[in-house]
Every structure is written in structure tokens, then in C-alpha cells.
Design a binder for this molecule. Structure first.
Ligand SMILES: Nc1ncnc2c1ncn2[C@@H]1O[C@H](COP(=O)(O)OP(=O)(O)O)[C@@H](O)[C@H]1O
Ligand SMILES: [Mg+2]
Length: 245
């Protein structure tokens, strides 16, 4: 079976700095996969390559078997949806309108849907509003949401596209522990059955959420396995976790 996402020998340099040195990564259909690694390891850069913001120097990227290497973001948007390390909601639009835009953007690329578009968009946007727990804030400008709520909206925007693969870059960054736990529970509930690639620093959260974990260190994946196996991996302990399990 094709993987939801596959990176084969992906390399990227900025000037003289080799940020990624031949990354191999495989995310199965419906799999929740965490990408961990120290700051500066190249995690966000890998997301930029997968989502088409920048092109790799070497290697191939496949989504469900289709080669998407170097395709610009608007041409990979049916294959995957991404949230960024910082929030990217439209602050002056209402919460619900942010979700309507996300659904509309995704649907607009599928012409056959236009016949019943408005009803579908409304239902989908409202369902997502409920799923992310922002029902009571539907008509408020997104800028008035608390930070953690804005991140929940980011998640909703990514999910509203119905893309089979979701990329989340540090969705709990800047949250306190309670907010992060809540956000991760939300991510767990809303990504059921979809392929997820999540960059996350909180190890407890990673090991609780992910089916598999890949560890990126200095531009290479040094381990990719089930959470317990990664936790026991000597290279990982040495290079990254820095502590005995
Ligand atoms: N556009 C860019 N130009 C030059 N250097 C970059 C660029 N983007 C990232 N880098 C560098 O690449 C390295 C990896 O960054 P990044 O992918 O953001 O790491 P991570 O997300 O794992 O913390 C860092 O040293 C960063 O400074
Ligand atoms: Mg990053």
C-alpha cells in the first residue's frame, strides 16, 4: 500500500549550511507520526519542503504514491494541510468565517463540488467549530481569542480542508501545561483515522499521541520506530533525550 507520505533522500542546504542531509521518512495511511529533534535540527525546514514552500536540492517527496517534489503549496493542498509554528488565523474575520474560508479554499479546487457548495461549506465549517470547542466564540473576531484558542482554530483550519495528511508544527508551543494537554487531546480526537505528522517538544505528549516517532538530528533521521523502541534507542538517548529512560 502507498504511504500517506514518503520522503526519500531529501536534502536541503542554505548557502554553505547543509540543513537536511538525506532524510528518509515514511508515514502510513491513518498513522499519527511525531517528528522530534533538537532546535535547529531541520524539522520546520522539512515541513517547508513537504508543503512546497521551498524545493529540495535532492530527493523525492511522495504523497499517496504521487510525486509532489517541488510542487508549490497550492498544488499540494489537496494532498496535505499544514499549520505553522506561529498562528495564522485571519484576526479580523470571525472564528466561523475563518473556518468557512478554509473549507471554501479546499472545495474551490474541486469543481465538481460547486453545485452544492454553499450548504456543504456551512455544514462543514460548523461541524469543525464544534469539534474544536469554539462554538461559543463563533461570531467573534479571531484576534480576540486567547492564544490557545487561536491555536485550536489553526487546527480547525487545517482539518477543515479534508486533506488526508495533516502537518502540525509545534501546535502546543507557548502554551502552559494544561492548555497543551487540552490541545493534544483535541488533536488526538480530531485526527482519528487521518495521517498526522506532528512536530512536538513535550515528550510525554509525543509518546502518548504518536503511533510512530522519528528523530531528526543534524539533518538526518537517526531513528523511526514505535514510541517505546525510540525511547530505548541508545543513539536517541545519547543524541537527543540526554537522559536514561
Ligand atoms: N530560509 C532559511 N535560510 C537560511 N537558513 C535557514 C532557513 N530556514 C532555516 N534555516 C536554518 O536551518 C536550520 C534548521 O532550522 P529549522 O528547520 O527551523 O529547525 P527546527 O524546526 O528543527 O528547529 C537552522 O540552523 C536555521 O537557522
Ligand atoms: Mg521549527
Amino acid at each position: 500500500m502507498n504511504a500517506a507520505l514518503e520522503c526519500r533522500g531529501v536534502a536541503k542546504r542554505f548557502g554553505a549550511t547543509k540543513v537536511l542531509r538525506g532524510v528518509d521518512l515514511r508515514i502510513g495511511e491513518g498513522e499519527r507520526h511525531a517528528l522530534i529533534g533538537p532546535n535547529g535540527a531541520g524539522k520546520s525546514t522539512l515541513f517547508d519542503l513537504i508543503s512546497g514552500r521551498i524545493r529540495p536540492d535532492e530527493g523525492r517527496i511522495l504523497a499517496r504514491g504521487a510525486d509532489i517534489t517541488g510542487r508549490p503549496p497550492h498544488r499540494v493542498s489537496r494532498a496535505l494541510a499544514r499549520s505553522f509554528q506561529t498562528t495564522s488565523v485571519f484576526g479580523n474575520l470571525s472564528v466561523l468565517d475563518n473556518l468557512r474560508c478554509a473549507v471554501l479554499g479546499a472545495r474551490a479546487s474541486r469543481l465538481r463540488d460547486r453545485w452544492f457548495a454553499s450548504r456543504v461549506i456551512e455544514d462543514k465549517a460548523r461541524a469543525m467549530l464544534d469539534a474544536i470547542g469554539l462554538h461559543a466564540r463563533a461570531d467573534e473576531p479571531a484576534a480576540r481569542l486567547a492564544y490557545a484558542e487561536q491555536r485550536a482554530l489553526d487546527l480547525g483550519i487545517a482539518l477543515a480542508t479534508d486533506a488526508p495528511l495533516i502537518l502540525l508544527d509545534e501546535p502546543t508551543a507557548g502554551m502552559n501545561r494544561a492548555e497543551a494537554a487540552h490541545a493534544l487531546a483535541l488533536i488526538r480526537a480530531t485526527t482519528q483515522g487521518r495521517a498526522l505528522l506532528i512536530i512536538e517538544h513535550d515528550m510525554d505528549a509525543v509518546f502518548a499521541l504518536a503511533d510512530r516517532v522519528s528523530v531528526l538530528v543534524r539533518g538526518r533521521v537517526i531513528a523511526s520506530d514505535e514510541p517505546d523502541a525510540v525511547r530505548r534507542n541508545r543513539d536517541v538517548q545519547q543524541a537527543y533525550l540526554g537522559v536514561a529512560p
